[in-house]
Design a protein around this ligand. Sequence first.
Ligand code: SAM
Length: 341
Amino acid sequence: MKALVVPKEQAETARLRLLELGCLDTKRKLSKKGEHLEIPITGAIPPEFGSYRVVWPDDAKYYEPEPTLRDLMRGHLDDDKLALLPGGWQIIGDIVVISMHSDLYPERKQVGDAMLELYPYCKSVYLDEGISGKLRRPCRELVVVRDGVDDPALTVHNENECRFMLDVTKVMFSKGNLQEKMRMSRLGNGEVVVDMFAGIGYFAIPMAVHSRPDRIIAIELNPESYRYLLENIRLNSVEGIVEPIFGDCAEMTPISSADRVVMGYVGNTRHYLEYGIKALKSGGILHYHDTVPVRLVPSRSIDLIRNEACKQGRRAEILDWHRIKKYSPGVWHVVVDAVIK
Ligand SMILES: C[S@@+](CC[C@H](N)C(=O)[O-])C[C@H]1O[C@@H](n2cnc3c(N)ncnc32)[C@H](O)[C@@H]1O
């Protein structure tokens, strides 16, 4: 029975993420050891937690068993449908976002009611039907909402001591990128940073809150996301650091102005690589995200960066690369860090 050793200030965020991934051992209690907490886990360690130390404590303490979704649905569903129940879901603020097998669609309301029973502090449950398009818009259907709730889709999500206001039917919030967002939050102090695909401030807000760069130029094309970016700058009191720009980063990215550029996009990020590299001062650092077939990780992204730098008469020195999450079968979301000379 293993446990992850996590610094206490990161423990709650990590615990919630492990819970969503279905890896938290909810039968065992967390145990405080000095400035760290041992978080009990089951099964394999998710790649995004690969950097944490693992221990096998022999002094585990146990909770009274909590009911599971399956426990609550027993009596409502036959065994075949019980087997189709999702093993994981997302809690965004006080909203449950769940993906469901299509055969369970007729019983979605009962499943929704059970989720609200499992999460007494949540106000609504949405069915997740994926994220699509250039502006990464989610497709979500309201399943259940508690009585008296005005806006079932609007919420404020806390992550890494930052607050994110969003409407879960209008803008995405990827929990799978947590470790990468926390890594970025430790970078940028005293720098000029350009976030080319800012969204609601997924990277810009934690960087501003934790690393205090001089300036973060945060560019966003989706008017809905841009509206929440403005809200989140206000909510986290980083008006003096984050400069929001509404528009296309292909047009709005300033040239030769940045010490660091974050290209936190998926799908066709390479179409914007030219602007990302042009934005960097000599010696600046590029964080280039991409979704790549497993066999081409990380070579394809590295070659793209090197070739584009060369096209601009510059040189790219690859610092590192990370797997962020499995994007789809056989495809990984990765990030490559490079110095552009
Ligand atoms: C995938 S999201 C950002 C996800 C974020 N990096 C994370 O880790 O959670 C990408 C954002 O880029 C925005 N976007 C797409 N094309 C853009 C463009 N050409 N210029 C500026 N923003 C763009 C989308 O609207 C979306 O909000």
